[in-house]
Ligand binder design. Structure first.
Ligand code: ATP
Ligand code: MN
Length: 512
């Protein structure tokens, strides 16, 4: 019942309004007190002098018999918030479960910090342990752990400074991918993950089946009969969304995909995963140069976004790298810091050379003359990783776009150049990583495309829907694929690709 006033002459409605307003004010005030503030915001000093509520995981606890300092991290930033618990308010009994790894909720006043290392801290008024972490069993201790060890506890490694930074950077870059294409009016296409075509030929595929592997149905010839399988045909996990992307580009002009891709290649390298994320834009009316321009602008954009939005994380990773470097012999150390390297990339043009020019550079190098390459160099070879590294790290010292590769080492769908020997392909090579982008202008001429398909043993009938794009309103178009983890590696400086994807899948390894 709304209150009515017997005492004053105020109209009834006015009283009701006042009552509602006061009630809302009280509720609002309560909300402020109950609402959790993230560590990132507390560290800016927002709410200084007021009581705040924070929740997070204990990183460290130290102190003496008068006071205990608890460093709390909630993943919102690389920095911890220091919680100060005075002995007169908190007995040892209360603090005994506040151990590294435990989840806690703290209320207290946000004040300017006396100590060095942080601008603000919280003077605790209450501490509640939400979840204990047995110090005897919790694997993350104060000492530095090796990346190899942390890979074995990938479910806990997010709670370290290094992996916190890596995955915040990864998140920012994923957001920047969508932001970039959205600003350019590209349509985000979800291409299928299960596919019946293996025309991409980009490596071994994982089979998808529900057949009884112990007792599969067989054809008269004794082969496994996939007609009886779930989809009535053999299916695989996709190695690329390009084919479907091309189809969509023939309606929306500009599209991109950003999704997981799978390759059952048995390559145990620091740059290959069996499951990785790829971004594949496909643009109608683009030629090779426009394609390369877009790729360069795109790479710079997402790196710049990370530098601007995740500065502290990248600074931490740069520091980590610099320390790792100190342990190496002088001649193996980096010439630049991570941040210098990234700034160089975003502020300079990528180098552009044709494959033929690249081969000449290699042949004329002292490295080649001194027979330091393991694999021989001649026109027509597929560039080996050592060749790519020489070009980007020794010769140009910046990202390089190599174009116009021999047709025999590239996919059938790449547009044949007028010389009849090369195709309008482009690979982007980055220092320390190697190939991060593979792309091309696509073959839009039906007769040449079909001929190239037959030459590599692909049945054009099977690809009827793909060929329809050339049959009905085909046009010059181009696109590329960028391996997301490889750029994240580049930006974070992480040497092993397994450390930039939350739960890596590699040969013999699919834990978690
Ligand atoms: P690489 O020669 O490095 O194996 P690729 O020629 O097989 O690469 P593409 O088929 O052109 O690569 O794929 C496009 C992009 O996807 C590559 O430029 C790379 O960034 C990324 N990529 C390819 N294979 C992998 C993998 N196994 N793990 C992570 N990223 C990959
Ligand atoms: Mn490959």
């Amino acid at each position: 019942m709304p209150p009515t006033c017997y005492l004053c002459p105020l109209p009834k409605q006015k009283i009701i309004d006042l009552y509602l307003h006061t009630r809302d004010l009280i509720r609002h005030n309560d909300d402020i007190h109950m609402q959790r503030t993230k560590v990132k915001d507390l560290l800016t000093g927002a709410g200084e002098g007021q009581d705040v509520l924070l929740k997070g995981w204990v990183r460290t606890k130290r102190g003496n018999k008068y006071v205990t300092f608890i460093a709390v991290n909630d993943g919102s930033t690389i920095n911890n918030l220091q919680v100060v618990a005075n002995a007169d308010a908190f007995s040892e009994e209360v603090l005994k479960d506040v151990t590294t790894g435990a989840a806690i909720a703290v209320t207290g006043e946000l004040v300017a910090s006396q100590g060095k290392g942080q601008a603000f801290e919280v003077q605790a008024k209450s501490i509640e342990v939400l979840g204990k972490a047995d110090p005897e069993a919790y694997p993350l201790q104060k000492k530095a752990h090796s990346l190899e060890f942390l890979r074995e506890i990938a479910h806990l490694r997010f709670r370290t400074n290094t992996f916190g930074a890596v995955f915040r950077v990864r998140n920012a870059m994923a957001f920047a991918v969508h932001k970039f294409f959205n600003e350019k009016g590209f349509v985000y296409m979800h291409t299928p993950i299960i596919t019946a075509s293996d025309a991409e030929g980009a490596g071994e595929m994982f089979k998808v089946t529900t057949l009884d592997l112990d007792n599969p149905p067989r054809t008269e010839e004794g082969h496994i009969n996939f007609n009886e399988d779930f989809f009535g045909r053999a299916t695989n996990l996709t190695v690329s969304g390009q084919m479907e992307g091309e189809v969509a580009a023939m309606a929306f002009s500009d599209i991109y995909t950003f999704g997981p891709t799978f390759r059952a290649e048995n390559s145990n390298t620091t740059r290959h995963l069996a499951e990785f994320w790829m971004i594949e834009p496909e643009m109608a009316f683009y030629d090779l140069k426009m394609n390369a321009d877009l790729a360069e602008e795109f790479i710079k954009y997402i790196i710049r976004h990370a530098l601007e939005h995740n500065r502290e994380d990248i600074e931490f990773l740069a520091q980590r790298l610099a320390e790792e470097d100190k342990a190496k012999p002088q001649n193996e150390r980096q010439e630049m810091t991570l941040i210098e390297k990234l700034e160089l990339v975003v502020n300079n043009e990528f180098e552009r050379v044709t494959y033929t020019e690249a081969i000449d550079i290699l042949l004329n190098s002292n490295h080649y003359k001194k027979k330091k390459f393991q694999y021989d160099v001649s026109w027509g070879i597929d560039l080996q990783s050592e060749h790519e590294r020489y070009l980007v790290e020794k010769h140009f010292k910046k990202p390089v776009i190599v174009t116009d590769y021999p047709k025999d080492i590239k996919a059938f769908y790449m547009r044949l150049n007028d010389d009849g020997k090369t195709v309008a392909a482009m690979d982007i090579l980055a220092p320390g990583i190697g190939e991060i982008v593979g792309g091309s202008q696509r073959e839009e001429r039906m007769d040449i495309l079909v001929e190239r398909m037959k030459m590599v043993g692909i049945d054009p009938e099977e690809m009827w829907w793909f060929l329809d794009t050339r049959r009905f309103g085909g046009c010059p178009h181009a696109g590329f694929g960028l391996g997301f983890e490889r750029v994240v590696q580049f930006v974070t400086g992480m040497g092993n690709i397994r450390d930039v994807i939350p739960f890596p899948r590699t040969p013999q390894n699919a834990e978690f």
